[in-house]
Design a protein around this ligand. Structure first.
Ligand code: 13P
Length: 252
């Protein structure tokens, strides 16, 4: 059976006091409704790692980062290295989110480098892919996603690839309320798994967790997660409301 994962990407939201409230509420709600066999991850802004890690010591949640520097260390003002994340007990890190691709011109080659530094420091990369609306309209979404994945991940050896999580986040669904239908999600997830099977073999493809992200919420999570190749979610807006996030984590 594949690992199930629900990760909350807080993006650049919440004041210090609000972040503390949200973590407290999350902790209480998760204690009451602890999802079984689901890894629950929160990815707050890095300035809140210490606070989030305190909560993660309860064992109910793990902490993830939203990004990492592609460099090991050195004169890169404003950057945070994988080694620093690891020293803070950060266990996961999102890479290649469409907002970083769009607003920070992040390329697949940089996503490959970031994946490498994370693996070197034993942090699980959650590597994002997904097409924009015009690409889906032109019916080139499979091609686009395949290229993102191959350029970012096909240099890995199979042992390292086996440590990766992929998140399919169609850009047109992010923050728009236009969730992919369960059938659209399943179709792309199955395609991703097939792409991985062709490169890394059946066993590795079978074990790869593929998360869906894009307007996934407490109402639609169950339908999405019931699809054969959807192994959980990368949740934006709904992860900022404790009860919604916990409902999603229990939606398998
Ligand atoms: P929303 O759930 O707000 O659409 O965001 C999804 C996302 O970008 C998670 O990384």
């Amino acid at each position: 059976m594949r690992r199930k994962i629900v990760a909350g990407n807080w993006k650049m939201n919440k004041s210090f006091a609000e972040a503390e409230d949200l973590l407290n509420e999350l902790y209480d709600a998760l204690e009451e409704q602890t999802p079984s066999n689901v890894d629950v991850v929160v990815c707050p802004p890095s300035i809140y790692f210490e606070m989030a890690v305190d909560f993660s010591e309860t064992g109910i949640i793990s902490v993830g980062a939203q990004d990492v520097s592609k460099y090991e260390n050195g004169a890169y003002t404003g950057e945070i290295s994988a080694q620093m994340l690891s020293g803070m007990q950060v266990e996961y890190c999102i890479v290649g989110h469409s907002e970083r691709r769009k607003y920070h011109s992040e390329t697949d080659a940089e996503i490959a480098q970031k994946t490498d530094v994370l693996l070197k420091h034993d942090i699980t990369p959650i590597v994002c892919c997904g097409e924009i609306l015009s690409e889906r309209e032109k019916n080139i979404h499979f091609e686009v996603v395949k290229k993102q994945i191959s350029d970012a991940l096909f240099h890995l050896d199979p042992l390292d690839f086996a440590k990766i999580i992929i998140a399919y986040e169609p850009v047109w669904a992010i923050g728009t309320g236009h969730t992919a239908t369960p059938e659209q999600a399943q179709e792309m997830h199955a395609f991703i798994r097939k792409t991985i099977e062709e490169k890394f073999g059946k066993e590795i493809a079978k074990k790869l967790p593929i998360l869906y992200g894009g307007s996934c919420n407490a109402k639609n999570a169950k339908d999405l997660f019931s699809q054969a190749d959807v192994d959980g979610g990368l949740i934006g807006g709904a992860s900022l409301v404790a009860q919604d996030f916990v409902t999603i984590a229990n939606a398998f």
